[in-house]
Design a protein around this ligand. Sequence first.
Ligand code: CA
Length: 485
Amino acid sequence: MSDQVNRRDFLKRAGVVGAAMAIGIGSQELQANTRRPNLVYVFPDQYRRHTIGFVNEDPVLTPRLDAFAKEGVYLPHAVSNYPVCSPYRAMSMTGQWPARNGVMANCNSSRTHLDNFLKKDAYCLTDALSDAGYHTAYLGKWHLDGPPSTPEGERAVWNVFTPPGPRRHSIDFWYSYGAANNHMEPYYWTGDGGEDSRIDIKQWSPEHEADQAIAYIRNDGGDHRDADRPFAIFLSINPPHPPYHPVPDRYRELYTGKSVDDLLVRPNVARGESGNKRAPGSVLDYFAMVSGVDEQFGRILDTLEAEGIADDTIVVFTSDHGEMMSGHGRMSKNVIYEESLNVPFLIRYANGIQARTDDLMLGTPDIYPTLLGPMGLGDRIPDAVEGVDRSSVIRDGSGVRPDAAAYMRLPPGRPSGGPRGVRTHRYTYQYGRPNQDAMLFDNTQNPYQMDNLAGKAPDLVKEMVGQMEAELERIQDPWLDRRGG
Ligand code: CA
């Protein structure tokens, strides 16, 4: 540890002690009263909300999440406003919309020349936590840096080494990679080594990353973190992201005997010729991965319990976007349909929030300010953060709830381009020409979004256009000036 870091840590602690002495708190009380809660933020990739057991939609086994949900707040209306990897990650890390943070599409080498990567001077959630005295850790997929540009026509490079320094945004414990999908043979860069220090592992990546997270939480060997400081750990698990087949058999066996029809139960799953060819061979593995992630998440919960810090730790389980899995004949994400947009969001903090289900439509840029609230850092939300602090709603249901969430997709480097839409508690609307790209669904009457009202209900379309424009106005979306032109 450098002298500079030691000095910074010393000054942080000196500040706390100084303030406590001024109001007459002894050092033991200080220890008990001023330690902020830890944060464990777990976000597997491509995990739709419908694939949690207790919500009774997909026939999936997630016993740990089912129990966890009862202990905290469950947000069935949480959305990923731009449901694809890097834009979600940049929005949650900066609290800003893509037009401001610059990550307008997935990071890869074909887009680096458009500055489509997380800027090193962005003041990220991890920077704010570090400045507030937290020891910070990031494990798993990062996917926020731009690999060196490749010539046009050449295959794009997705994975890149993030060197120690400002591109790691004050993350003290780094165990990560850029973008890769070798679930059974993952690799990572850790510590302060260079690109050649990559370590290659033969273990299912969620299990390996849980092992590392557990070692960090327990501070095995005393060298993972500074035990005097609260910690914040971001665990970015890749599964249930494709490819789906690299999953241990023990999770696949949970679904032995189930037919494709037993598993693909959503009425909007296209069948026959219009069905997606990949879904029948993928759905069992997708659910197996979900059950595996559930087990690994459970091991982390068990560790918090065993260490006696479960009540002092905020635990979040969410995802960057969902997976269509042949809904409307599609696979993957990056569309406005619920299977893509609607993500799990479960948050537990025994010492700070009342367990319940809440209809808060939490958006992606809101995550940064909303997490700082229960950590006692609500006064440290930077002005550059555009998301709204919804922590009072999370805490006890008080405060303002938004009635609309923006949906967007952007061409890299062109913030005014691409489709836009809006989701309310009842409706989903995508702007466009009736019966072409326009979509309007009444999710109360038609939860599987199979009846497009865009060409049938002109008054409702008008109302939804107004609601969408108001929301895009609020978030200062440049699209409004150009209408996707
Ligand atoms: Ca993703």
